[in-house]
Design a protein around this ligand. Structure first.
Ligand code: 5AD
Ligand code: SF4
Length: 430
């Protein structure tokens, strides 16, 4: 049985897709290899969100092709965006499989294995959704599960609509079936994924109603979701968080920029005030809600004043954490038609100032939790010499280490948050 080694770059949706591809190819008779050295085939799932992500993937693909005789396939967003051009960037490449072509992947891998034939597939179907094949759900305490594919917000900087197509929602029965299988295979926490989960709609089933079904029809102990767009925020979800302790009180809500002028150029469809009112409304329903976000610095024409607005937004909204990025022009997006005119030095400086502010506030929020109790889900144990400790997360998604615990991954129990080491709590079981 030929075996495949998988590597996944990019977001959680890519991590889920990699599992789907593995389950699809598993059902076609391909096994799984633990390292590239042992593999007959290597599949790299790639991201296009920033240029650096693509450069890293191309570098890695070339390394893999140099020291391995395996068949080399690339899939995901960069495969979709670049198509056969990737054969020039990666001479050792055999298969390029765009985001809507995974059902044909087994055939093109066989062509590569048997006939040394190269294939590039980038046709766009626009309707395909993927799900894990029955009985092929890998184990793991925390799992991802995509409920939508694609995005049609067309934020001016973003490549996603071009590489993943329009939004489509998966049938609720399929989602419940996948979740139940994950639970049977050991999952205790599932994160529902989509570019914008609140845009989920299947017939008259919307996102809050899907969550309701997941709570009622599956045994999963904890539910999370990623990611949301401020324009589609549905306050009902916070009511559900307030009443259902299986739905974790955490919201990831990218704001991208604190300047209304930049937000409008980004075509985000909300103002700074809209965003802040939404957060306030959510916190009125659920005061303990943990909010995380994404921010871009150095969007074309961003002035120092615009940037200061972004900083003040972080101060005012008090984010628990933020993923921060330097703007990267993506060919084909409308922002890429404007000159990338913020100098590299200014982007770097703004990013580091932003990160300082984010980390200071993060620390303030975490320090306020010291001495309190929290439920954690242990997802890993680490051994260092004689010393064994557990790693887990609170329902607010805060990191906790539990020294010298007998607990096993999958266990849920209460701890007292006793100390902070950087951004990680040291917890003691109570
Ligand atoms: N440049 C920089 N960051 C980007 N993101 C999306 N597109 C770009 C780009 N062209 C960021 C956004 C998004 C996160 C996943 O990546 O902040 O929320
Ligand atoms: Fe990267 Fe976006 Fe594709 Fe995820 S959807 S892999 S973040 S380009």
């Amino acid at each position: 049985m030929p075996s495949i080694y998988y590597e996944s770059f990019g977001c959680q949706m890519n991590a889920y897709d990699t599992e789907v591809i593995s389950s699809l190819l598993g059902s076609e008779g391909f096994g799984r290899a633990d390292s590239p050295e042992e593999a007959d085939i290597i599949i790299v799932n790639t991201c296009s969100v920033r240029e650096k992500a693509e450069q890293r993937a191309i570098g890695r693909l070339n390394d893999l092709s140099r020291y391995s005789g395996a068949i080399l396939a690339v899939c995901g967003c960069m495969a979709q965006r670049m198509g056969e051009k990737l054969f020039e960037s990666v001479p050792g490449l055999d298969v390029v499989a765009g985001t809507d072509t995974y059902f044909e992947l087994a055939g093109s891998i066989r062509d590569a294995l048997e006939k040394k034939q190269r294939t590039s597939m980038t046709a766009v179907d626009g309707k395909i959704t993927y799900s894990l094949i029955d009985g092929r759900s890998p184990g793991g305490v925390t799992r991802y599960l995509s409920i939508t594919r694609g995005c049609e917000n067309y934020c001016s900087y973003c490549i996603v609509p071009y590489v993943r197509g329009r939004v489509r929602s998966k049938e609720p029965e399929t989602i419940v079936r996948e979740a139940s299988e994950m639970v049977s295979a050991g999952a205790r926490e599932i994160t529902l994924l989509g570019q914008n989960v609140m845009a989920y709609r299947y017939g008259d089933l919307d996102f809050p109603r899907l969550i309701r079904r997941m709570i009622d029809e599956t045994e999963v102990r904890r539910l999370r979701f990623l990611t949301t767009h401020p324009r589609d925020l549905d306050m009902e979800i916070f009511q559900l968080m307030a009443t259902e302790d299986r739905l974790c009180p955490h919201l990831h809500l990218p704001f991208q920029s604190g300047s209304d002028r930049i937000l409008s150029l980004m075509r985000r469809g909300y103002t700074r005030d809209n965003y802040m009112s939404a957060i306030n409304e959510a916190r009125n329903i659920l005061p303990e809600l943990a909010v995380t976000t994404d921010v871009i610095v150095g969007f074309p024409t961003e002035s120092n004043e615009d940037f200061l607005q972004t900083l003040s937004m972080v101060e005012q909204c008090r984010f628990e954490a933020a993923f921060t990025f330097k703007y990267s022009p993506r060919h084909g997006t409308s922002a890429a038609l404007s000159e990338d005119d913020v100098p590299a030095e200014a982007k770097k400086e703004r990013l580091s100032r932003l990160n300082e502010t984010v980390q200071r506030i993060r620390l303030e929020i975490l320090e306020r939790q010291l001495g309190t109790d929290s439920e954690i889900l242990l997802d890993d144990t680490v051994k260092k010499g004689e010393y064994r400790f557990g790693k887990g997360r609170t329902n607010h998604f805060r990191n906790v280490l539990v020294p010298e615990t007998e607990r096993e991954p999958g266990d849920i129990f209460r701890v007292r948050l006793e100390k902070l080491r950087k951004f990680t709590f040291i917890g003691k079981e109570i």
